[in-house]
Design a binder for this molecule. Structure first.
Ligand code: CAO
Length: 446
């Protein structure tokens, strides 16, 4: 027999209400006792809220962005009779049950304790593990089970550039402790020498701390969470993916004419037809013809996973930093539908209303700076994808046709790709094909 238990928020210290910044589980997930359910962030600290019982998550009663206080119901759990009976008191109050969990030694972390002594402590996973719960994940591809570790240990791992997922925990219930992280790093340095810590085969030289105020006035501004997550993701991609960028220009004179002719119709449907939905359509067709651009290397790096879906990430510039929401099933959507979805996703991104599912599962990304200006650029591949298209501002250019120069609207394209998966010749074929599709979008129908 199973029963339903409501998990309530325990005492969270000096705070009346704190914001939910991350959901670590979803309905249907099986959770263990003590497994973190969600992450709260006050202006002083982040804290994980553990489940007082083992069971199945029936429903989450709070969402990212909600402000919650002590005693507020946060989740419904389906609990088997045995667990129910053993932990009913814990479920009702969500207080730690000292009968079952031995008290931690002095100095050990309590996951519900606000880490006031560590105001910088973030519950963000280490650099290699951007979460899907908050806005930024550049390249987040799906829910992951977070390693069992306290915020301060996660921070330590992040500072040392270590993947917590690789470290066995020696604490209660396999929790990773600070000494485990130190031991892991020592072992690595011992193996490879002290020149750097090898991560995925790369030796990263530790950053040097410099006092810039020696040379003039300075001001320290902490990077916000969105930028920190994006930075980690971009850095990983930069150091692990051998990048090459192939440039081309597409003649979009006719396409721009088409776009303008349909601007009023789009407006009547409540959407703005910018250039991007047209690019999404052409890219989708090109990906169908070049499946290994819509792929990822598996964890071993020895197999290519071709994706039969076309979920396109679109980089959105927000005042908080770069985010990459995903337009799902671009192959099944018409131009107006794509335009409406882009509008919705970019508005959500700017208002910080993206949900985890908006950020996951991308198979190829597009970064358009066309609305801003500038020429060709070199976008960074959105790992674990293998290619990304950069689109810049179209310009009138003289193009040689037959026996004269004629003015044409040219769209700069910059395709960055993972050279382990894509050969230069294929990249040139891909952009050439994409340029032809953009020059005459009727080819998408062929
Ligand atoms: N050439 C010329 N004009 C362009 C253009 C291009 N390639 N692309 C867009 N425009 C025009 C649009 O038509 C629109 O013009 P009007 O206002 O006159 O109609 C204007 O520029 C603004 O467009 P937009 O940027 O609002 O809309 P979009 O659909 O083109 O792009 C979005 C949406 C969310 C991608 C964009 O707003 C954005 O955030 N871009 C920045 C992405 C970024 O930061 N990338 C770098 C990531 S690091 O690799």
């Amino acid at each position: 027999m199973a029963s339903e238990q409501t998990v309530k928020l325990p005492n969270i210290g000096d705070f009346d209400e704190v914001e939910v910044i991350e959901l670590l589980v979803k309905p249907g997930d099986v959770v263990e006792e003590e497994q973190a359910l969600l992450v709260l962030e006050s202006d002083k600290a982040t804290m994980e809220i553990p489940s007082p019982l083992a069971g199945v998550v029936k429903k989450l009663l709070v969402g990212v962005g909600d402000r919650v206080g002590e005693g507020q119901p946060i989740a419904l759990l389906e609990v088997s009779e045995q667990d129910d009976g053993a932990s009913a008191e814990g479920a009702a109050t969500n207080e730690p049950d000292e009968r079952k969990t031995p008290p931690e030694p002095p100095g050990a972390d309590s996951r519900t304790r606000a880490e006031e002594e560590e105001p910088e402590a973030s519950d963000m996973p280490p650099a290699e593990e951007p979460t899907a719960g908050d806005v930024a994940p550049y390249g987040a591809t799906g829910p992951r089970v977070p390693p069992h570790a306290s915020p301060s240990v996660r921070r330590l791992a992040r500072e040392l550039g270590v993947d917590l997922g690789l470290i066995p925990g020696s604490g209660p219930k396999g929790r990773i402790q600070a000494q485990d992280v130190h031991g892991y790093v020592k072992a690595l340095v011992g193996q490879r020498g002290a020149a750097g810590v090898p991560i995925a085969g790369v030796h990263v030289v530790a950053p040097v701390e410099i006092d810039f105020s020696k040379w003039g006035d300075t001001e320290q501004t902490p990077l916000n969470r969105v930028r920190r997550v994006a930075a980690a993701q971009l850095h990983r991609s930069w150091v692990t993916v051998p990048h090459v960028t192939q440039h081309d220009e597409a003649d979009i004179t006719d396409l721009e004419q088409f776009r303008r002719e349909h601007a009023a119709e789009a407006e009547a449907r409540g959407v703005k037809l910018t250039f991007l939905p047209l690019v999404l359509k052409a890219v989708t067709k090109a990906l169908q013809e070049f499946p290994h651009f819509n792929a990822s290397l598996d964890h071993s790096g020895e197999n290519l996973i071709l994706k039969r879906y076309f979920h396109l990430g679109v980089a959105v510039d927000t005042e908080h930093g770069l985010v990459v929401p995903v337009v799902r099933d671009a192959d099944r959507k018409g131009l107006y539908e794509l335009a409406a979805e882009l509008q919705d996703l970019s508005t959500r991104a700017r208002e910080r209303k993206l949900r985890p599912e908006h950020l996951q599962g991308g198979s190829f990304s597009i970064s358009s700076l066309g609305g801003i200006g500038g020429g060709f650029f070199t976008p960074i591949v959105n790992h674990p994808e293998v290619a990304i298209l950069g689109v810049s501002r179209m310009q009138w250019k003289p193009v040689w046709r037959d026996d004269a120069f004629v003015p044409r609207r040219m769209l700069p394209l910059s395709l960055s790709y993972d050279h382990r998966v894509i050969d230069g010749a294929d990249a040139a074929r891909f952009v050439t094909r994409l340029s032809r599709l953009l020059a005459d979008l009727r080819r998408v129908l062929l």
